[in-house]
Write a protein that binds this ligand. Structure first.
Ligand code: ZN
Ligand code: ZN
Length: 373
């Protein structure tokens, strides 16, 4: 992403500050930090941070420590990098005092209770009267609509992912364990040029495939049983997400039935999705097909989720009407219906689509078993 995009994003955020009567916003979420500043460091744990942004009506500051100084200065071009010595809380309090910040937004989803206590205490000890005002999904809202460079990065990540899954599909054989397949995926994604994994690959064989988020173990692949493979990588920070379900030795009648049904649900959803639709209505596009066939209770997760700098981000294509949002043009979302039968296994098929005003462009090119198509 170039500096111009970051400047536009900051301008957008400042308009939000004005609308919410905030003096500043404190950004601790690593994807939000990257989105606004260009600083690419990731935080592996909630207990560690490579820096917080403080964006006021006029200033843009990146508070970080010695370890990240050069890196931050090189990447966060539009930001003044402030290095804290003793603690983030103390330095933040100094800056809040200098800038005269009274109403401060922060990100409750990305601030631990302990860190919140430390920061607010440091401000109180410095004699400041700051109102700490949680802002849910503020920067996330902007991230929902991707610009062309973001979509290009997602396409590139998906292209690598499809290539690797195509290669690995050709290696699947009875006796190979889930873990061995998962390692092949990791290795090949790296070799193909991915900068990292979007998440640890899911390889679920036999009845394990009835667990949507199974962790690969020592279960061997066997003929006649479903195998779910769900994988994704990162390119330029952006994620891909792809699932296909396989069976070795030709489809059983039951596999054919379930796979066909999941594929019909996916096709129906892809045909009906577009910007302007409510998220629960989007979920229903796929869910109805499965429900009408009598398998509704075996599809226990949402139809899809947004994908971008995070592999799970807004919007959520969830059936819950009380949390529904209106889908926006420029969103990249997954369409991933699944049916999970505890004593048998499961089938999930996951594509990425780009929403626009009139339709959803399916970004995933990987095919399916052709006895279904
Ligand atoms: Zn996935
Ligand atoms: Zn997904």
């Amino acid at each position: 992403m170039r500096g111009q995009e970051h400047a536009q994003r900051l301008a957008w955020l400042r308009a939000q500050l004005a609308a919410r009567e905030l003096d500043a916003h404190l950004v601790s979420g690593p994807e939000n930090r990257r989105y606004l500043s260009g600083f690419t460091a990731a935080d592996e744990l909630l207990t560690e941070t490579s820096g917080y942004l403080l964006i006021t009506r006029e200033q843009a500051l990146l508070l970080t420590d010695f370890r990240y100084r050069e890196w931050a200065q090189a990447e966060a071009a539009g930001f003044q990098v402030v290095i804290y010595q003793k603690s983030l809380g103390e330095t933040l309090a100094e800056v809040l005092a200098e800038e005269g910040i009274r109403r401060l937004g922060f990100e409750p989803a990305y601030l631990s209770v302990r860190q919140y206590e430390r920061l607010t205490q440091a401000a109180a000890e410095a004699g400041l009267r700051v109102e700490w005002l949680p802002q849910d999904n503020l920067v996330e809202q902007a991230r929902e609509c991707k610009d062309p460079a973001e979509v290009a990065a997602i396409r590139e990540a998906l292209r690598l992912t499809e290539r690797v899954l195509g290669e690995v599909a050709g290696l699947l054989a009875p006796g190979l364990t889930e873990r061995q397949v998962a390692w092949e995926i990791e290795k090949r994604l790296r070799e193909a040029g991915a900068e990292g994994l979007a998440f640890a690959p899911i390889v679920a064989a036999g009845t394990n495939s009835a667990r949507p988020h199974h962790r690969p173990g020592d279960t061997p692949l066997a003929a006649g049983e479903p195998i779910i493979i769900d994988l994704g990588c990162r390119v330029a920070g952006y994620c891909s997400d792809l699932t296909r379900t396989f069976i070795l030795g030709g489809p059983t009648p039951r596999f054919r039935e379930i796979y066909g049904l999941v594929r019909r649900a996916q096709r129906r959803a892809e045909a009906g999705l577009k910007a302007g639709l409510k998220s629960d209505a989007a979920d229903a596009l796929g869910r109805e097909v499965i429900r009408q066939a009598g398998y509704g209770e075996f599809f226990g997760h949402s139809l899809g989720h947004g994908v971008g700098l995070a592999v799970h981000e807004a919007p959520s294509l969830s059936p819950h009407a009380e949390r529904a949002t209106v889908l926006r043009a420029g969103s990249v979302v997954t369409v991933e219906p699944g049916i999970y039968l505890p004593d048998w296994g499961g089938v999930r098929l996951e594509n990425l689509v780009l929403l626009n005003e009139t339709h959803a462009e399916v970004l995933t090119a990987m095919g399916y078993y052709d006895w279904e198509a």
